[in-house]
Design a protein around this ligand. Structure first.
Ligand code: NDP
Ligand code: 2IT
Length: 446
C-alpha cells in the first residue's frame, strides 16, 4: 500500500513541481483514500483521485492599482476552480503576502472534501492575491478590491463560482468586491457570501467558523462523556475564526487563556471573555498584525515570537494559519495532558504533529471537518439569497449545530478503528470523498 501511495505522490509532485503545501494536503488524503479505493475498485478504474487532484480550471491574472502616494502597484490574482461535481465552485479568497498557487491549490483541494462534508451542494474552489492588507488605508483596500474584481467578475456567478472571505478578506473587502461586481454586471445576485446583513448576508456568518469549530470539539468530547465545562483552552490567531472560537468556548463554560499573532502570544489566566472579546475586534480592525496591545490593555503577560502551545491546557484550537503547530508543539501539548485538538484554521498542524496526536489517542479533528461551519453557513446564505428570504440567528445557528453534528457522525462512521479510537482524518476524508467520487462517476469523463 505504501508503494502505491508513494507512486501516486511521485506523479502529483512531478505534475505540480515545487508546490509543497499542495503536496502536503494531497498526501494526507492519499494515505487514507488509496486504501479505501483499493477496496472499491470502481474508483481506481475511473482514476478518480488523479482527476480530483487536477483543478478543472486555474485562472491567474494581474491586478493593477494605485496607492495613496499615486504609485502604481502590481499584484498577482488567482482563482482555482477545483471541482464542480456536486455544486458550483465555492470557497474563500485570501489576501496575504504569502499567497502562491501552491497555497491556493492546497486550500481549494481541501475545500472539495470539506464542502462535501457539509451535506450542502457546493463544489470546491479558492482564490486570492499576494496583496498585503497590512497598513493599507481604506481607500487603498477599496481600489485593490475593485481592480481584483474587474477581472474576476467574468469567471464567477451565483450558479458558477461563489467566493467568500478567508485570511485578509472580511466584511469590508467582500463589500467592495460585491459593489464592483454589481456595477459591472448590473445585477444583484448572491455571487459572494459573507455579505453585510442589510444587503443579502446571512446572520451568523461572521461567527460561523469559530462557533462550528467549538461545536465540533463539543461533539468529540461528548462522545467520551465529557464536555467543555471548566476546561482551559489555547487559541491561536486573533482574526475572524479565533474570535468566534473564543466567544463560543467561553459561552459553553471553558476558559480561553491565549490568543496569538505573528508577533507572539498573550496569556490571560483569568480567561478572555466579555469586553476582552470585543477588544479582539478592535485589534483586528487596526490592520497592524500585532496582538501585543492586548497585554498592555489588560495587564497580562506577552510572549514575543512564541506560540501558545507551550502552555498547559486541556484543549487546543489552532485558528491562525497553515503549519503553525509542529511536532515540538504537539509534544509539549501531549506532555501537558491535552485531550482535544480541533482545527479552526486550514492545515494548521504539520503531518508529524498529527501523527503524535493519533499515536497518543488524542481527540484530533482536521480542519476540513471541524472548520466546515464557515462554508456551511455560506451555503445557507446562498439558500437564503435564492429564496430571497432571511432566516433568524436562531434558525441559522440551529442548522449550523445540526451540520456539525452530522459531520461528526460521518467521521465516526468511516473513521472508527477496531479499538474504538476515532481517526477523524480518515473519517473526514472518506466521508467527503464518497459523495464527490460517486457524482464524478455518474457524470462521465468530463
Ligand atoms: P483573519 O485574516 O481574520 O485572521 C487570520 C489570523 O491568522 C490572524 O491572526 C493573522 O494574523 C494570522 N496569520 C495569518 N497568516 C499568518 C502567518 N503567515 N503567520 C502567522 N500568523 C498568521 O483570517 P481568518 O480568521 O478568516 O482565517 C484563519 C484561518 O481559518 C485560516 O487558515 C483560514 O483559511 C481558516 N478558515 C477561515 C474561514 C472563514 O470563514 N473565514 C473558514 C474556514 C477556515 P495577521 O493577519 O496579523 O498575519
Ligand atoms: O476555508 C474556508 O472554508 C473558508 N474560508 C470559507 C469559504 C466560504 O466559501 O465560506
Amino acid at each position: 500500500m505504501i508503494e502505491k501511495i508513494n507512486k501516486f505522490m511521485e506523479g502529483v509532485i512531478a505534475r505540480n513541481a515545487g508546490e509543497k503545501e499542495f503536496h502536503q494536503a494531497v498526501h494526507e488524503v492519499a494515505e487514507t483514500i488509496i486504501p479505501f479505493m483499493e477496496e472499491n475498485p470502481k474508483y481506481v478504474k475511473a482514476k478518480i483521485l488523479d482527476r480530483l487532484t487536477e483543478p478543472e480550471r486555474t485562472i491567474s491574472f494581474r491586478v493593477i492599482w494605485q496607492d495613496d502616494n499615486g504609485e502604481v502597484q502590481i499584484n498577482k490574482g488567482y482563482r482555482v476552480e477545483f471541482n464542480s461535481a456536486i455544486g458550483p465552485y465555492k470557497g474563500g479568497l485570501r489576501f496575504h503576502p504569502s499567497v502562491t498557487l501552491s497555497i491556493l491549490k492546497f486550500l481549494g483541494f481541501e475545500q472539495i472534501l470539506k464542502n462535501s462534508l457539509t451535506t450542502l451542494p457546493m463544489g470546491g474552489g479558492k482564490g486570492g492575491s499576494d496583496f498585503n492588507p497590512k497598513g493599507k488605508s481604506d481607500g487603498e483596500i477599496m481600489r485593490f478590491c475593485q481592480s481584483f474584481m474587474s477581472e474576476l467578475f467574468r469567471h464567477i456567478g451565483a450558479n458558477t463560482d461563489i467566493p467568500a472571505g478567508d485570511i485578509g478578506v472580511g466584511g469590508r473587502e467582500i463589500g467592495y468586491m460585491y459593489g464592483q461586481y454589481k456595477r459591472l454586471r448590473n445585477e444583484f445576485t448572491g455571487v459572494l457570501t459573507g455579505k453585510g446583513r442589510e444587503w443579502g448576508g446571512s446572520l451568523m456568518r461572521p461567527e460561523a467558523t469559530g462557533y462550528g469549530n467549538v461545536y465540533f470539539a463539543q461533539e468529540m468530547l461528548n462522545s467520551k462523556g465529557d464536555s467543555l465545562k471548566g476546561k482551559t483552552v489555547a487559541v491561536s490567531g486573533f482574526g475572524n475564526v479565533a474570535w468566534g472560537a473564543v466567544q463560543k468556548a467561553t459561552e459553553l463554560g471553558a476558559k480561553v487563556v491565549t490568543i496569538s499573532g505573528p508577533d507572539g502570544y498573550i496569556y490571560d489566566p483569568d480567561g478572555i471573555s466579555g469586553e476582552k472579546i470585543e477588544y479582539m475586534l478592535e485589534l483586528r480592525a487596526t490592520n497592524n498584525d500585532i496582538v501585543s496591545p492586548y497585554a498592555e490593555e489588560f495587564g497580562v503577560e506577552f510572549f514575543p515570537k512564541k506560540r501558545p502551545w507551550e502552555q498547559k491546557v486541556d484543549i487546543a484550537l489552532p485558528c491562525a494559519t497553515q503549519n503553525e503547530l509542529n511536532a515540538d508543539d504537539a509534544k509539549k501539548l501531549v506532555e501537558n495532558g491535552v485531550i482535544c485538538v480541533s482545527e479552526g484554521a486550514n492545515m494548521p498542524c504539520t503531518p508529524e504533529a498529527i501523527e503524535l496526536f493519533v499515536e497518543n489517542k488524542i481527540l484530533y479533528a482536521p480542519g476540513k471537518a471541524s472548520n466546515a461551519g464557515g462554508v456551511a453557513v455560506s451555503g445557507l446564505e446562498m439558500s437564503q439569497n435564492s429564496l430571497r428570504l432571511g432566516w433568524t440567528s436562531e434558525e441559522v445557528d440551529e442548522k449550523l449545530k445540526q451540520i456539525m453534528k452530522d459531520i461528526h457522525e460521518a467521521c465516526v462512521k468511516y473513521g472508527t478503528s477496531s479499538d474504538g479510537y476515532v481517526d477523524y482524518v480518515k473519517g473526514a476524508n472518506i466521508a467527503g470523498f464518497v459523495k464527490v467520487a460517486d457524482a464524478m462517476l455518474a457524470q462521465g469523463l468530463v
